[in-house]
Ligand binder design. Structure first.
Ligand SMILES: [Fe+2]
Length: 133
């Protein structure tokens, strides 16, 4: 079973990428995207905090593994697509693999936390896809 520290690493990467886009987005959609990205990196910070605190509640050290390089000159459409794809991948991973595995292992609290988190990723992906149209 994948550890919650692996989930935390991916959430932190996505938070940092979203935060970077909040700074670097340019063009006619700047005002709305600057605000959208801000709300999404703040949500990802809350998600990361919840997962880290669940890791601690399980008696494990919460790790900070960051592995991200953000290309310069990313277009607005690429930003929206990159983030949506990552939110969708996280939601799919949680739904198809993590939630069933944690439920099967009898860790209902982690399964519940991951279920709540996948709702948030679905919602973020929808907002990004709707903006990109
Ligand atoms: Fe800011």
């Amino acid at each position: 079973m994948k550890s919650l520290n692996e989930v935390l690493a991916r959430e932190l990467d996505l938070m940092l990428e979203t935060w970077n886009y909040h700074w670097n987005v340019e063009g006619p959609l700047f005002p709305s995207l600057h605000v959208l990205f801000e709300s999404q990196y703040q949500s990802l910070q809350e998600i990361s905090d919840g997962i880290a605190e669940r890791i601690r509640a399980l008696g494990v050290v919460a790790e900070t593994r960051v592995n991200i390089i953000i290309a310069k000159g990313t277009s607005t459409q690429e930003m929206l697509g990159n983030l949506a794809t990552k939110h969708e991948a996280l939601a799919r991973w949680m739904q198809d693999e993590l939630v069933p595995a944690y439920a099967e292992a009898g860790d209902a609290a982690s399964a519940d936390l991951l279920t709540q988190t996948l709702h948030k990723h679905d919602k973020a992906a929808w907002m990004l896809r709707a903006t990109a149209r």
